[in-house]
Design a protein around this ligand. Structure first.
Ligand code: DC
Length: 217
């Protein structure tokens, strides 16, 4: 189901969606991709899978050499692993994501989506990976709203966690994403801000789709 608006826009068919954890980027990106007939890449999986590879080998995810080698060796199969979520994977992903060599090793994989057009979500898609993306959205929400969403997800999966723990964890990950020198989490100057604190997924989707159509018209 190719959207004619997207098809007309030629070269610049990348929709970049950045923002902090649990802001609703993934759900939004997946729905936009399905509606517009574009492939979708959750770039957080690349960092998660890299962290996992390091842990599997008994290595330290904060070690630049080991982590960069793991990023270079990443295969499509790694992205399909079922153990890429949860606190251990979260922490390892945040550590490898701070390493410039890891980020450089993962760039080509992400950029290979450019020519065909795609929706990518992450932290640096509109700032580093596709600075010329046709559409850039920065999706955020307050820390309490994001922590509450993550806590509900964990509770629904039967993973025991307290809301305070989840909030502290998220605050720490936000700080790591924002403070690292390599591609920190930043809103690109030309990105449209969507604050989902008081929005459900349907409202966030219609706001984003309207913006995409406006930008690509
Ligand atoms: O979106 P996520 O929680 O799955 O991301 C996992 C980690 O990877 C998180 O610490 C942020 C980092 N990340 C990044 O630095 N750049 C991206 N494009 C995507 C994720």
């Amino acid at each position: 189901m190719n959207d004619p608006i997207v098809a007309r826009s030629g070269e610049c068919r990348v929709i970049a969606i950045d923002g902090p954890a649990a802001a609703g980027k993934g759900t939004l990106a997946r729905r936009l991709a399905a509606t517009l007939g574009l492939p979708y890449l959750d770039t957080g999986l690349l960092y998660r899978a890299t962290g996992r590879r390091v842990l599997d080998a008994g290595g330290d995810p904060a070690d630049p050499f080991t982590a960069t080698e793991a990023a270079r060796a990443l295969t499509q199969t790694d992205l399909g692993r079922t153990d890429l979520r949860g606190p251990v994977a979260d922490a390892a992903a945040a550590q490898v994501a701070a390493i410039p060599g890891v980020r450089a090793a993962l760039l080509d994989f992400q950029r290979s989506f450019g020519p065909t057009g795609a929706v990518l979500d992450g932290r640096d898609i509109g700032t580093v990976v596709f600075p010329n993306a046709a559409v850039k959205l920065f999706v955020t929400a307050s820390l309490p709203a994001r922590a509450q969403r993550r806590w509900l997800e964990l509770t629904a999966k039967g993973t025991p966690a307290s809301l305070d723990e989840v909030t502290d964890d998220m605050r720490a990950r936000d700080a790591m994403d924002a403070a690292r020198t390599a591609a920190p989490l930043l809103q690109a100057p030309d990105a449209t801000l969507i604050d989902t604190t008081d929005m459900g997924p349907d409202e966030a989707f219609s706001v984003a789709l309207a913006k995409v159509r406006e930008m690509l018209a």
